[in-house]
Design a protein. Structure first.
Length: 644
């Protein structure tokens, strides 16, 4: 037999391999090709002072809404109402600027008030859309498609009634009198064009300075994208967003408030749409209810071209920026290359979108193989050293759990001791899953009592159970394959520094050290969990539970979906944890051999009741086999079969 262990199978990725699985690599390559091709085809007119300004204006518009769309897609949802939201908020701003807002006594001509009223309406609608999606369980595609039609129709009909037109034009140029209007619709980075002029460029035909600055939307795109990048890559909230999109059930099991994350991101897309509209209104001094038409599709397309997975859990804001530059330059190319039919732009977008979907899926398969600030409890706590190992850490007394007329558990009693493996056995439907979910705080018992170190406890949520030292490793492990080992290890309990940033170096070291303690040595904690074997993932989930204070470790069928060698590695991990002496282990399994290899005590369930129990050495192999099969039920079945 080979001497290789599970740890030998996780090979450190090279720098090139890590680079190739970055979501923005493809988008960057396409962007470079487009920039070079456009420069040559336009005789560099696309990047002269005015061409650069116009191109950046289009790119920034796309970038603002694509950033919001990408963040939401990373969390696993879509928003098709972005375009309609642009027209809706733009018309609100223009109406308030022209007529004021009588319900609040706001006079006409106040840019700050107009913006805040429009933003409030947008955020409220974003909250409504998000709430409907998470509460109803309906597809965000359908919900936001409905709001696309609703907002577009309501905006056009309402303003046609109020204003006799779906357009508002001829507004005062508020940039001249309002600093607020100027930072949204004026010019920025004038120093860039001043320097260009001083160096002998940026000249008009009279030898004067030609262009004086970029549109303000460029600044707002940089701000919005910069904040989004920081949040996604450096903060706890960013980890929650990736976790929610990769596997919301796993994220929820680790304490991530997935519904709040999604609702917040729907509000963020509404904010991005409002910023898009505000920059347009204060730049052009006009508004149109039809503005934003089809832009939701461009926003989603740019996000995908930038490396964001349609299924969620993977993507980057930097990739979205590259995608926005690519699409924006091609959209504006017709102005610099007159012989190109503008309709080819849509052909190009469709082509690169399809190519990006295939490329992103290939990256996903490469990663997965194709197949409250929480800190660690102080292990030097003197009270831990004097814990009485002869008393059960967890005691279950006469627990009954009913679901309507169905009794899932009927008078279950159980005692779990530190330093022991308590094997919980039984056939499918015996009540094992209901019992462990009751111990883990998922279900509240109908009657009966749980005790921790002799004190009665009532768990109303998994957080309550975790706080009491109950750590559960479910069969699906509650891991996210597209996220790194470290991000999974600390999911929902990230260590935070200034400004909510994650202490990644410290977290990487802890994840490495804790897994090494129970037998898995790997060199790269930034590697995706999808690259790990089943046994290594089990070890990660176990190490995580122990690190965050589990005194009772519940293992739900940890060997059921593994190959033989991986099963042996998991059993070794269980024995290493048992050897610590301070952790009680509940081992749920169908495997009689595995239970006898590591078990110290045995409890057998059938039809929600305990039909037998005993210590290792007190039960024979035949008794264990009989009780696992349901006890007297097998005798009755044997008799019935013999009588046929």
């Amino acid at each position: 037999m080979s001497d290789r262990s599970e740890a030998d199978r996780l090979v450190r990725e090279s720098g090139l391999q890590r680079l190739l699985r970055r979501p923005e690599v493809g988008a960057f390559s396409v962007m470079l090709v487009i920039v070079v091709a456009l420069a040559i085809a336009s005789d560099f007119k696309a990047f002269n002072p005015l061409g650069l300004k116009n191109n950046i204006a289009i790119v920034a518009q796309y970038g603002i809404i694509a950033t919001g769309a990408a963040a939401l897609m990373i969390a696993g949802e879509f928003d098709l109402s972005i375009g309609s939201m642009i027209g809706f908020t733009g018309m609100i701003m223009a109406m308030v600027l022209k007529y004021g807002f009588l319900p609040l006594g706001i006079p006409p001509g106040l840019p700050v008030a107009a913006f805040l009223i429009a933003l409030t309406a947008a955020l409220f609608l974003g909250w409504v859309i998000g709430t409907i999606v998470v509460r109803s369980g309906l597809s965000s595609f359908i919900v936001t498609l409905a709001f696309l039609f609703f907002l577009r129709g309501a905006t056009e009909a309402s303003y046609r009634l109020i204003n006799q037109s779906t357009q508002i034009s001829g507004l005062q140029d508020f940039k001249e009198t309002s600093w607020f209007a100027n930072i949204l619709g004026g010019e920025v980075f004038g120093w860039f064009y001043d320097a260009w002029f001083m160096l002998g460029g940026n000249l008009n035909r009279r030898g004067e300075q030609w262009v004086t600055g970029f549109d303000a939307r460029f600044l707002w795109w940089l701000v919005i994208a910069g904040v989004a990048w920081f949040v996604l890559s450096r903060t706890q909230l960013g980890n929650w967003i990736y976790a929610t999109g990769d596997d919301k059930n796993a994220a929820r099991a680790n304490g991530v408030p997935t519904n709040k994350v999604k609702i917040g991101l729907f509000m963020f897309t509404a904010f991005c749409a409002t910023m898009f509209a505000a920059c347009q209104v204060f730049d052009t001094n006009t508004a149109d209810a039809a503005k934003g038409n089809l832009l939701e599709l461009f926003a989603i397309a740019i996000a995908v071209v930038g490396g964001t997975l349609m299924t969620g859990g993977f993507g980057s804001i930097l990739g979205v920026a590259f995608g926005a530059i690519t699409v924006g330059l091609v959209a504006n190319a017709v102005f610099f290359i007159p012989w190109i039919d503008g309709s080819w732009f849509r052909v190009f977008v469709g082509t690169i979108l399809l190519a990006a979907v295939f490329a992103n899926e290939r990256i996903r398969k490469r990663i997965t193989g194709g197949y409250d600030d929480c800190h660690r409890p102080d292990t030097d706590d003197p009270e831990q050293g004097v814990r009485d190992m002869t008393e059960p850490y967890l005691r279950v007394e006469n627990v009954i759990k009913k679901f309507g007329p169905f009794t899932a558990l009927n008078g279950v009693n159980l005692e779990v001791y530190p330093g022991e493996v308590h094997a919980l056995l039984g056939d499918n439907g015996a009540g094992k899953s209901t019992l462990i979910k009751t111990l883990a705080g998922v279900h509240e018992p109908t009657s009966g009592q749980l005790y921790i170190e002799g004190k009665p406890v009532n768990f109303r949520s998994p957080r309550d159970a975790t706080a009491a030292g109950i750590g559960t490793v479910y069969q699906d492990l509650a891991l996210n394959q597209l996220m790194s080992v470290t991000r999974n290890f600390f999911m929902g309990r990230e260590l935070k520094g200034p400004l909510g940033t994650m202490r990644m170096s410290e977290m990487d070291q802890i994840a490495h050290d804790e897994m090494a303690k129970i037998g898995i040595n790997f060199s790269d904690p930034t590697q995706a969990v999808g690259t790990m074997s089943g046994g290594q993932r089990q070890t990660l989930a176990i190490a995580r539970a122990i690190y965050f204070g589990a005194r009772v470790l519940i293992l739900d069928e940890p060997t059921s979906a593994l190959g033989q060698k991986q099963q042996m590695e998991v059993l070794k991990t269980i024995m290493r944890v048992k050897k610590r002496g301070d952790i009680a282990i509940i081992f749920i399994t169908h495997n009689e051999i595995h239970s006898q290899l590591v078990g110290d005590r045995f409890t057998f369930l059938a039809l929600g009741e305990v039909i037998g129990s005993g210590r290792k050495g007190e039960l024979t192999h035949d008794e264990i086999r009989r009780l696992m099969a349901g006890g007297t039920e097998m005798k009755d079945l044997a008799g019935e079969l013999a009588a046929i």
